[in-house]
Design a protein around this ligand. Structure first.
Ligand code: MN
Length: 235
């Protein structure tokens, strides 16, 4: 049976040191997973169960270092913001997984940006509506190359930071996550079958803020490939 129109290319992310690409299926994102960021968002620093939102697979903008990815300023917003995050790439199916078994699902890790239309997210929060306009749109998930867990293990501490035009804007440590990777995956797997190709953005440290066209962003997590993007003018 033929397709009604030509099938599009599956979104992929390059794998560090391998002549392979990671095909992207779902993108899950954890909200407020560093205490100080929860506070700056008006939330509660106390430990609450994690919550999640999603982005479409084709939100990824794969960037192979040392290239600088091009990300267009999106339509519909006047407050486009960065959130630097550790990204977990799933390689093995997992359903209702216990925390002590969750790392076995992990294929690898990458540096990602959860780009956000903050004004639209804020309106949605106020009116009790879904976050999709704020979080789920084209090019909202730039990501650097994936490093395989087989090569680097499972990072649970180390610096995570973001610079905009050379100025440090966000600084944190992976050890500062409210819910660590095993518990995040375990929790998510109670509600969704985690599948090979899934990406999980694990939340951002404090210091989020806006960008404008022409800005250059440089994100880092210890042990992974840095992520660099430049914001191009709105269409
Ligand atoms: Mn985020």
């Amino acid at each position: 049976m033929a397709y009604a129109f030509p099938i599009w290319e599956i979104p992929t992310v390059p794998v560090h040191g391998q002549n392979q690409r990671f095909p992207v299926r779902h993108i899950y994102c954890v909200g407020r997973n560093y205490a100080e960021h929860a506070l700056e968002m008006g939330g509660n620093p106390d430990k609450e169960p994690p919550f999640f939102f999603t982005k479409p697979a084709d939100a990824v903008v794969p960037v192979i270092p040392p290239a600088v990815g091009d990300v267009r300023y999106p339509q519909g917003t006047k407050d486009y913001q960065y959130e630097i995050e550790l990204v977990v790439a799933i390689g093995t199916i997992g359903v209702k997984v216990a925390p002590q078994n969750a790392l076995a699902l992990v294929y690898g890790y990458a540096v990602g940006l959860d780009m956000t239309r903050r004004d639209l997210q804020g309106q949605a929060k106020k009116s009790g509506r879904p976050w999709d306009y704020g979080k789920s749109f084209a090019q909202s998930a730039p990501i650097s190359t994936i490093h395989r867990a087989a090569d680097i293990g499972h990072p649970d501490k180390g610096a995570i930071w973001l610079e905009v035009n050379g100025a440090r804007k966000q600084t944190g440590d992976l050890a500062g996550m409210v819910w660590d990777v095993p518990h995040t995956l375990s929790f998510l797997s109670q509600y969704y079958d985690l599948l090979p190709g899934d990406l999980i953005f694990t939340g951002t440290p404090a210091g989020v803020g806006p960008v404008v066209a022409g800005d250059r962003l440089h994100g880092h997590v210890d042990g992974l490939s840095d992520l660099r993007i430049a914001i191009s003018p709105a269409a």
